[in-house]
Design a binder for this molecule. Sequence first.
Ligand SMILES: *Cc1c(COP(=O)(O)O)cnc(C)c1O
Length: 376
Amino acid sequence: MAESQLACETRSLIPYLDLKAQYQSIKAEVDAAVMKVLESTEYVLGSEVAAFEAEFAAYSGAAHGIGVNSGTSALHLALLAAGVGPGDEAITVPYTFVATTAAIRYTGATPVFVDIDPVTYMIDVAQIEAKITPQTKAIVPVHLYGQCCDMDPILEIARRHGLAVIEDAAQAHGAEYKGRRAGSMGDMGIFSFYPGKNLGAYGEGGLVTTNNPEHDRQIRMLRNWGTEQRYFHKLKGFNYRMEGIQGAVLRVKLRHLEKWTEARRANAAIYTELLRGVVTPVALPGRRHVYHVYAILTKDRQAMTERLTAKQIQFGIHYPQPIHLMEAHADLGYKPGDFPVSESIAEQVLSLPLFPEMTREQQRSVSDTITPDLQN
Ligand SMILES: *Cc1c(COP(=O)(O)O)cnc(C)c1O
């Protein structure tokens, strides 16, 4: 889905997102930054990556940032730094991108699912404690679609049980909860810079945020073969390094992120106004929603997607299948009915095109295509 969205964007009347328009608006800055890396030969890590790490950590209100080659790698390393390994359990949701579960499984630990809240589609905090066992090591709340989870009770439960909290903020760059930014509240936070994310690289990228200098040091080693000194390997590490060109592009784009985020928020407000009577995203008080995804619910998704397709309007479905029902994770032993809210939302959810450059005309045309369904 994501791949085709990036590739097909020019073929639709209304694309799901418009990376080409965004590049055109910053072309001179980006081109100069990329050329500088080519001249410097700092192709892997290097000064642009180091500067980006510091700038993104500051943006997120965290003391440290460690750049890696994807959001998935960031989560894998954050879990390892939290001491999660074989025989352990990590609590998360089945309603998220598959990477959240996959990274837990890379460590040898078992993901333990908690169903989602039917209004926010994020972890149902009231169900967490019943899932804690002596094997539980961490909670991985997912800030879905760009809105923060209810972090205070999650942090309180974790403190009481001695668990690490790793925020999956892959969709939540700059999102806030009671004045605190995503990635600064838990022991660690992870971000993705996949091109379609709110802050996207021109390739793959990810980052771990933390206020803990020990986690910072360990993750820096783990991403680079477990070394602090070349060829002397202290830890069994990985090649998860961020590329210099991605660091340089991300530095340029970070300077525009607040403007783009405010444009997304304004466009989301326009949709919500136009789509009265439709189940639109709930923006909770005390939180800054950054609308990575603007998802509505529909009882007849088939009909609605056919109408959108006929009008050449791209859409997404995030996500059509909860992870506990995926073939890839069937060995976890779950069955239909185990997480009824996740299953019900997965059947009804539909993501509308939303990007900073979107025009009011485009939004009206999407809403006109959506609203005839209200009569059913
Ligand atoms: C995108 C995403 C990831 C993984 O990030 P990649 O950079 O694609 O590896 C993890 N969790 C969530 C919720 C995501 O949306």
